[in-house]
Design a protein around this ligand. Sequence first.
Ligand code: ADP
Ligand code: MG
Length: 663
Amino acid sequence: RARKSINGHAGSEGEGRRFSVSLASTKQLPLQEQRSKLPIAKGKDALIQEFRENEVTVLLGETGSGKTTQVPQYLLESGIARDGMIAVTQPRKVAATSLATRVAVEQNVTLGSSVGYSVRFDERSSSETRIKYMTDGMIVRELMSDPLLSKYSVVIVDEAHERSLRTDLLIANLKTILRQRNTPQDVKGKGKGRADTNPLKIIVMSATLDAEKFGRFFSGAKIIYVQGRQHPVKIYHSSQGQVDYADAAMRTFFQIHTEYPPGDVLIFLPGQEDIESLEKTIQIYANQLPQDRMSVLMCPMYASQAPGQNSKVFRPTPPNTRKCILATNIAETSITIPGVKFVIDTGKCKEKRYLARNTGGGFDTLLTRDITQSSAMQRAGRAGREGAGYCFRLYTEDAFKTMALSSEPEIMRCSLSSSLLQLKCIGQDLETLELMDQPADESMKSSLILLFFLGALNQKKEITSIGRQMAAFPLEPIFSRAIIASKEYGCTHEVLDIVSILSASSKIFVESSEQRDAVSEARHTRKLTSPRARADCKDWCRRHFLNERALLEANDIREQLRQTCQRLGIDHQTSCGDKEDPVIHSLGHGLAMNLALLQPDGSYKQTIGQAIVKIHPSSTLCDKKTPAIIYDELVYTNQIYARGVSRISKSFIMTLGMLKQES
Ligand code: ADP
Ligand code: MG
């Protein structure tokens, strides 16, 4: 059964009217009826039968057909999950929390009871939980305490086509676990260990058609297609390339708004900053529209939003209003937004990529890049879910043809140190694990070097006791190492504060280009002592240009890290008063590869590696000619900038033994 192409199947009705009719009918339907109207519902019984009969199923279907929300409920309702749990993994945090929220509503239960979620630093589940939406990172982490994932009777690997690093690691592990849990034991009940009573089912779900690879990996997996309900989408390409995609997106939006029938607009942008700035611009122009025009409702959507913060995007569009949804590629396949009739595709996304050490890098960069043809088709498809739609590509047809077909698996382009460490904890090795695709030698090597420098691995590449402690924290190795070092320096309190703030999903400092002077005044002259009453907090944050939500999140994170410290016997002590050195030195143990020395020409050279870095202009140390610096990240634009910079003493760098590498 072939999938219908996004613009292959001819619809007949006039799109404007038909659209509003179908919109009204889905919006007002009672929930159970909405469920039964989803494309997947037609095949429900057949699907349940397949799940019953097959150990591994690969389920393919267009975005929005109901895979992620319905399949777990079918498994639960049909008893296939028996009394075990169903895990549904997602590469993105927001997708996990938002889908769990939706499914809890459909099941008519409170979130956290039978339907829950688990993402880094945030868990809503209980002993009652049967369906758990979780990030792929969380389930890989669970392998450390439960190598057979014995709590789960079904693991659904969702969004597998994205090939995120953790999804690939999960898939590799599932293959081994399947062998261990499902191989018949001698005699039932007398089998060896845990494996005999609780067989495992695996369902791999994907929105794109290249399923054979998953099928081949789990030899003998059954591949099933769910037909979607795709309406025709008319695709327009721009006649020439766009220099400023945000500006082009803005102009296209207003062209749609003034010339086209009602229907919501979804604009794909690379990242949060683009979204926030375009949101402001469109809002300013929208406010100037004549009174008799449809109004515009802005709905931003990106990964670091708090659970629930983007709920207005799912609420019905108010009368005489057009939603303008600004989203990253989160809206490409993982979350389906109802009501979208127009898609504006900038053709850009952010991609994490490891910059090789021999080219001056040695770190992950998050760069804006061209999307792939596969993404472009997914994006266009979002316009045709409820009726005929339109997709405006802000790039030429030739540009589309030169795009890569699909993206490279993350494991082949990202740093691996944190995963490598986790795997070492369960006695596995990236080099020997049976993966769908092998990582690059260069990134394997530099991950090993980093872990060795941090003292997490010894010369024989074995995990050390420091390494084990580090892996207990849900943090990048550089930060967990700093926390462990803080025990020696007696300043765990301060280091936890810093690491928690760096781990929050948004920056705590609010930037405002209009009020630059006020921001600078607040930051440099006012003391940031905290307000006493919780009620004052909002106002206090506003006055100091701080992001209240990020601060509250950092507070939660700190509490969780503190508990991990307690388990590991790291006292929560505070260093004496204002002394900075113990804190900087603790951080130095973690950021041992992030040190640089001042050069005669005013630039900085890494003590390990060859990169020349500059201090980011936003740093208070910019132009201060500090002899030695430590930084928490490098950002790569036209040159390499160090961000999160502090002063550190050269003599301390010597004691770390980090100068030896100079030559
Ligand atoms: P698939 O996984 O096949 O892409 P989903 O199961 O995610 O499909 O989506 C099925 C339907 O559920 C879609 O019509 C979508 O709009 C709806 N839906 C998903 N999440 C929410 C939500 N938080 N609020 C309202 N509707 C939602
Ligand atoms: Mg889905």
